[in-house]
Write a protein that binds this ligand. Sequence first.
Ligand SMILES: Cc1cc2nc3c(=O)[nH]c(=O)nc-3n(C[C@H](O)[C@H](O)[C@H](O)COP(=O)(O)OP(=O)(O)OC[C@H]3O[C@@H](n4cnc5c(N)ncnc54)[C@H](O)[C@@H]3O)c2cc1C
Ligand code: FES
Length: 379
Amino acid sequence: MAFGFFKKKQEVEKAPEAKASSSSVHYFNLRVREVIQETPDAFSIVFDHPADKKITYKPGQFFTLIPTVDGAKVRRAYSVCTSPYTDPYPAVTVKRVEGGIVSNFLGDHLKAGDTLEVMEPMGHFTIEPEASRKRHIMLFGGGSGITPLMSIAKSILELEKGSQVSLIYANRNEESIIFRKGFEELKQQHGNRFTIIHVLDQPPAGWTGPSGLLTPANLPALIDQLPQWPADAIEYYICGPEGLMICVEQTLQALNIPKTQIHKESFVPGKADKAVEQLSGADAAGAAQAHEVTVILDGEEYKFTVEPDKTILETALSLDIDLPYSCQSGLCTACRGKCISGKVRLVEDEGLSDQEKEEGYVLTCVGHPITDNVVIEIG
Ligand SMILES: Cc1cc2nc3c(=O)[nH]c(=O)nc-3n(C[C@H](O)[C@H](O)[C@H](O)COP(=O)(O)OP(=O)(O)OC[C@H]3O[C@@H](n4cnc5c(N)ncnc54)[C@H](O)[C@@H]3O)c2cc1C
Ligand code: FES
């Protein structure tokens, strides 16, 4: 296929054996069972299962909600706050973002009985509970970042009776603490196996807990207050605003915690300066050209040309190739695939672990081919 094709005229080459269906990604129209106001600006959406099947998900994964706002379908990722092991229905919790399109649309309009299009649960910020394991799951959350942590906490406390769960949860003030009642219930059910420390930036008068912003200077003392376990039996899960994520990561690094024990998820791309990879030589020349890319999606092959100013996902979607995606900003990994040939440049890779990068995983939503013969396997 020649380079420089106009997007609309580009024809996708499909392998002869390709089936009619373009993707095995599942979409559901889920009925909203209940909307629960958690705090003045956060609410949970509880879904009914579809009539013909039960939705399965792992603790900490996210649903992609696809509401129609002003006539256009928009996608946003929302993590489950429920546990597949303790809650009969799946739920997500949304915190309104000032000026945000979807969080406010849902908060203003969604009610019990409505139907919402949803993409099947995805994501790798998860945990596999094993009844025989004994470990300490240490959770660090801020604001809406508590949602996947709540799902993980409930699941581990229920299934791993020999494990400890601890949570350090930072919020602006007392009224912005999400799931207060849920934490009390976990404490009642699991006693000392669940420890929680609330940190408030603007505490009310008489507050006896820690206050102010978490920093690498004050966090170690809070960690010391948690039940002590052998270092190799502790796993760390972090989800919250950028400042909290950086603080916890720096603290754990200073404590020499191996990266393999640290799991993290960001809801928004970071603003902090990052080392931007400077391309040179053949890579720089390759980045300035269009390249043909082959995507293998559940065994079906699609070949198309990606122009230098477009991502692989953008190009595929413009050609009606139904690749999976959610956040479109390199965070959620819904668009993850393995690059088995050629070279792809990622302009953001926050969602991928070092191991995934070493294994050749790429994110099509932020990926640009910089060589010919790029082949990416998805699914
Ligand atoms: C894997 C994943 C899981 C997520 N899980 C949850 C969840 O459980 N609960 C939840 O409430 N959100 C969650 N999010 C964030 C969510 O997908 C949306 O980004 C968020 O609701 C804002 O969407 P919006 O349409 O309202 O705002 P937009 O119109 O998309 O954005 C408006 C502005 O707000 C900024 N912004 C977007 N999100 C945030 C934020 N969280 N805090 C501060 N500024 C922001 C944007 O950069 C933009 O400038 C998750 C995101 C990812 C990638
Ligand atoms: S769609 Fe979320 S990482 Fe690509």
